[in-house]
Ligand binder design. Structure first.
Ligand code: GRF
Length: 202
């Protein structure tokens, strides 16, 4: 069974979607641990309620050592690291140790509205401001850049001229909750092959 670690910084609704899909039998994997890089993240409560092991590694305390600590907790213990609203940047050593075994969900259609400092509501503000007709979410492998790794899958939502960033965020989040478990399932079923930037679904 695929063993995963879920890394969060906030509400953890994507974590909840994974938990729900495991409970419904859609996902055959186990969440070995949930790691938060900040105190008071509600996602930690969600995990505790389900008896999942949790670690709070406050990034203000750990600073540059955060990735090392994450590596020491996850190495040889999990097959896949899932970034589900995790805001800290991971270092090279961790990324190399888990090459093509770290995935991230981003709330836009990469390569639009992504990169350094593009997270949370800001992503949707930019999309609304630009007047795009479509936005969505992306699950990609994590490499040394910010939101630059090979794209595994994307989902699209319509954007209407009267949308606010908050309305769009909600519409995209609903799709995130479907996309992330779908990708984890593909990985669990070993149906993903990576060749450079191309990801094939077998
Ligand atoms: C999501 O929009 C995700 O794409 C982004 O951060 C948000 C986290 O939401 N990376 P939640 O904590 O899973 O509710």
């Amino acid at each position: 069974m695929l063993k995963i670690a879920v890394l969060i910084s906030g509400g953890g609704s994507n974590l909840q979607a994974i938990i729900d899909k495991i409970e419904s039998g859609y996902l055959n994997c186990s969440i070995e641990m949930v790691i938060s890089d900040r105190e008071g993240a509600y996602g930690i409560e969600r995990a505790r309620k389900k008896g999942i092991k949790t670690y709070v590694l406050d990034r203000k305390v750990y600073g540059a050592e955060l990735s090392k600590k994450i590596l020491s907790l996850t190495e040889e213990k999990v097959d896949l690291i899932v970034l589900a609203g995790f805001l800290s940047i991971l270092d090279k050593e961790l990324i190399c140790s888990f090459r093509n075994r770290i995935i991230n969900i981003h709330p836009s259609l990469i390569p639009s509205f992504c990169g350094p400092r593009m997270y949370g509501i800001k992503v949707h503000e930019k999309a609304v401001e630009y007047g795009v007709k479509y936005s969505g979410c992306t699950v990609h492998f994590v490499d040394e850049g910010t939101d630059t790794g090979a794209i595994i899958s994307q989902r699209i939502v319509e954007v209407y001229p009267e949308d606010t960033a908050e309305i769009l965020q909600k519409r995209v989040l609903e799709e995130e909750h479907k996309l992330l478990p779908e990708v984890i399932r593909l990985i669990a079923e070993k149906r993903i092959k990576v060749e450079g930037r191309k990801v094939f679904i077998l």
